[in-house]
Design a protein around this ligand. Sequence first.
Ligand code: SIN
Ligand code: MN
Length: 217
Amino acid sequence: MEPGGVRFYPGYLDRAQQAALVAAVNAVLAAAPLYTPRLPQSGRPMSVRMSNCGPLGWVSDANGYRYQRTHPETGRPWPPMPAALVVLWDELGRYPHAPEACLVNFYGPAAKMGLHQDRDEEDFAAPVISVSLGDSCLFRVGGTQRRAPTQSFRLGSGDVLVLGGAARLAFHGVDRIYPGTSTLLPQGGRINLTLRRVTHPAAATKHRPAAGNPDHG
Ligand code: SIN
Ligand code: MN
């Protein structure tokens, strides 16, 4: 399943780490509630509800896709990114600058996400790191052309997927949720956390090594 640059870490987070992350995400959602994004042009609601944490958040509405510093409904800045996610980025990212955005996707039993590329960021040298919590899903990943063949596999709670290198712009999506496959979230459903670098790091800091990187702010 590895079209160059897709890295899959099944069970990367143990149950205790998953539970701690859920608590941190719940705190994020208390400050920045899930909202229903709308598709550009059609204005139709997505089935996935979203929020963000970190300095920048990805939003979608009738005007298009973009990153912004504030929640589209509350107008408040996004809450800080939980420390455990920054640690994960440093462990797996192979990229010497801090993540700036963590998209929180919540999938109810019937939610899905169509095949798409993550391409609203400035620096494709940075990977996209995705964490799954709660119910399993059927995930699909292909190549950098929409028509390229795709492969499907299940993502379960605690699994981490990295789209980097040649796969940074791979098409991907979620075809379905498998309700009742996890006891992590008391109400069921699936949370996906997607970590991204959005802006180009300043040229002056470009060659700073990853270890001890003070870029997280
Ligand atoms: C996304 O591409 O934003 C979400 C992917 C996922 O839910 O696994
Ligand atoms: Mn995506």
